[in-house]
Ligand binder design. Structure first.
Ligand SMILES: *Cc1c(COP(=O)(O)O)cnc(C)c1O
Length: 339
């Protein structure tokens, strides 16, 4: 099976397992795991922040950031397609007692102007706008990438209006590749950033939350309260380090494959719409006469897995376990569709 359901389905390679096997470990709740410390420091340095915290999931990173940037009764400004809104089980309300102000962005991207228009005025009967979250790339927006300029405008507005800014950078390395920018270009823009090691980078588990020393010290406490304090977790941090050292440069291939898949889909009569992929996510609509279920069934019978992503929409995600041969097979199955 060629599994295009998500870039989370990748399995650790032999070399990654080797790195895990050789990891030096200690009890990380006691701050004694050297491999975790190395990973955290490396990412903090990369982003020009003081510190970082290894967490079990991207959701936990986002939830910790929300908890620390807000008070109950505050409002978070974010796009209506955001992972934080869509896929984190209303955790912002459960963990932090916040509401959300949903913006209608461009494939998940919001602008400084939209944010400014949606800051709540200071009335007793309104929530206080406190935090802005940008998602780069935006999953539900088909892997859409923010321009550096747009993020700079958002950052300067947030500073001016006393709003905190968090970037959900689960696929930030995809964004860097696609926008031809470097991590250094983004320094100083965000109060906190979360990145996933288990998406395009191909590690089995793990995300990292990045921020200043005070923020990360508090984040460590919240992580513990959420049950995310881990012990000899250097074996997982080693997979993350391996991923950062070896799997960033190859992300380009995923983007190339996604473009090619989209091109093949565009030529099909049964496909009514394809969102032009900017990164590794392909969203497309199936003719309602055929339907999502039947198209997915056809794919599966031909050895390809994808996921339903809305009423008429299917999502395919390319990743490091999709070889060139796999990609060729996907093109041919799409082109020779019989329904
Ligand atoms: C995957 C993802 C996350 C975090 O997901 P976990 O499964 O909790 O690691 C956060 N934001 C975005 C945009 C994602 O795609």
């Amino acid at each position: 099976m060629i599994d295009l359901r998500s870039d989370t389905v990748t399995k650790p390679s032999k070399a990654m397992l080797e790195a895990m096997l050789n990891a030096e470990v200690g009890d990380d709740v006691f701050h004694e795991d050297p491999t975790v410390k190395l990973l955290e420091q490396k990412l903090a340095n990369m982003f020009g922040h003081e510190a970082a915290l290894f967490c079990p999931s991207g959701t936990m990173c986002n939830q910790i950031a929300i908890k620390l940037h807000t008070q109950p009764l505050n409002e978070i400004i974010l796009d209506k397609l955001s992972h934080v809104y869509y896929y984190e089980t209303a955790g912002y309300a459960f963990n932090s007692g916040c509401g959300v102000r949903l913006l209608d962005g461009n494939n998940g991207r919001i602008t400084a102007q939209q944010i400014e228009e949606n800051i709540q005025p200071d009335f007793d009967w309104l929530p206080i706008s406190k935090l802005v979250i940008v998602e780069n790339t935006c999953n539900k927006g088909g892997g859409a990438v923010y321009s550096l300029q747009s993020l700079k405008e958002i950052s300067s507005l947030c500073k001016q209006k006393n709003l905190k800014l968090h970037m959900d950078g689960a696929r930030f390395f995809n964004a860097l590749q696609a926008s031809n920018t470097a991590v250094e270009d983004y320094r100083g823009l965000f109060d906190s950033v979360s990145i996933c090691l288990s998406k395009g980078l191909g590690a089995p588990v793990g995300s990292v939350l990045i921020g200043n020393n005070v923020f990360i010290k508090k984040a460590r406490k919240v992580r513990k309260a959420l049950g995310g304090g881990m012990r000899q977790v250097g074996i997982l941090a080693a997979a993350g380090l391996y991923a950062i050292e070896n799997n960033i440069d190859r992300i380009e291939e995923d983007h190339f494959n996604a473009k090619k898949i989209a091109e093949a889909l565009q030529q099909q009569e049964v496909i009514t719409k394809v969102v032009t992929p900017e990164t590794n996510i392909v969203l497309f609509d199936v003719d309602t006469k055929i339907g999502v279920e039947q198209y997915l069934k056809y794919l599966k019978e031909n050895g390809i897995l994808a996921v339903p992503f809305g009423k008429n929409t299917i999502r395919m995600v390319t990743h490091l376990d999709v070889s060139k041969k796999d990609a060729d097979k996907v093109f041919s199955v799409i082109k020779n569709v019989k329904l």
